[in-house]
Ligand binder design. Structure first.
Ligand code: FE2
Length: 258
């Protein structure tokens, strides 16, 4: 079965790209399950219930997030209410939401979606590698299709997670850095891996934000309120063909739409 993952949807530029291209991508590639990271979809900072619903109505089946998931207050209760959205599993247990969900793909196959955050050069959280082990313990053996969005800063931490889960999940795809990496591969155990999927949003900026504002911040070291860049919109995603009987990935292909 074909699974499409769309990288960090950034602000209205990213949302418009999804609305514009998703139907064509799903039809062309016979996509049975579409997952997207939405943590930057509200102006670059967080996601709102309205935006999540809008993405679902565009054809996204499930949403993952990351460190920005807490930015919009009204999204906290949505995390508990909506069964199709995840937040990183290794935040404290008493926060709303969950890091593991089960969704039914369009071909009827039940898939597990996992969301974990890195802790190198990010908020210190519980060990992401142990969090992965404990999420896997909660997945029934007959759920073979397993997708992890690993939201992390550090390349080595992401590569290590790929090896940690090789043969135990169908895919480990990185998010958060917003720059797509050219290291797509199928690991020996059958896990599709890419360090970062890339952002779906405005590339004429600095990882989504207006470049003048980011430069001002770097040049002055003063706090600067960032705004979403407007130009250079590109959709970045990965298309993964998974054998639904074994859970092994057969292929991983980058998908880009200007
Ligand atoms: Fe992030």
């Amino acid at each position: 079965m074909n699974l499409l993952f769309i990288g960090d949807i950034y602000a209205s530029t990213g949302r418009n790209l999804v609305a514009q291209h998703l139907p064509e991508l799903q039809a062309r590639h016979g996509v049975q399950l579409t997952i997207a990271n939405a943590e930057n979809s509200a102006g670059g900072f967080g996601v709102t219930p309205q935006i999540a619903d809008e993405l679902f109505s565009c054809g996204v089946d499930a949403l993952t997030t990351g460190n920005h998931v807490w930015d919009k207050r009204d999204f906290h209760e949505y995390l508990d209410r909506c069964p199709r959205v995840t937040r990183p599993a290794n935040y404290p247990n008493d926060l709303p939401g969950r890091g593991l969900i089960f969704v039914q793909a369009r071909n009827g196959v039940r898939a597990a979606i996992l969301n974990i955050q890195g802790r190198a050069m990010m908020t210190p959280l519980d060990c992401p590698f142990r969090a992965a082990n404990s999420l896997l313990d909660q997945i029934p053996a007959d759920v073979k299709v397993r997708f992890l969005d690993f939201h992390a800063e550090l390349t080595s931490e992401k590569v290590a997670m790929g090896w940690h889960l090789d043969g135990r999940v169908s895919a480990v795809i990185g998010t958060h850095t917003h720059v797509p990496t050219a290291d797509s591969r199928i690991l020996p155990g059958g896990t599709a891996y890419q360090t970062d999927c890339g952002m779906t949003g405005p590339y004429d900026g600095v990882i989504g934000a207006e470049k003048e504002l980011v430069l001002k911040k770097f040049l002055t070291s003063l706090p600067v309120r960032l705004e979403a860049a407007k130009r250079g919109g590109e959709l970045h995603g990965v298309l993964i063909d998974v054998d639904e009987y074994s859970g092994r990935a057969r292929s991983l292909e980058r998908v880009v739409r200007p």
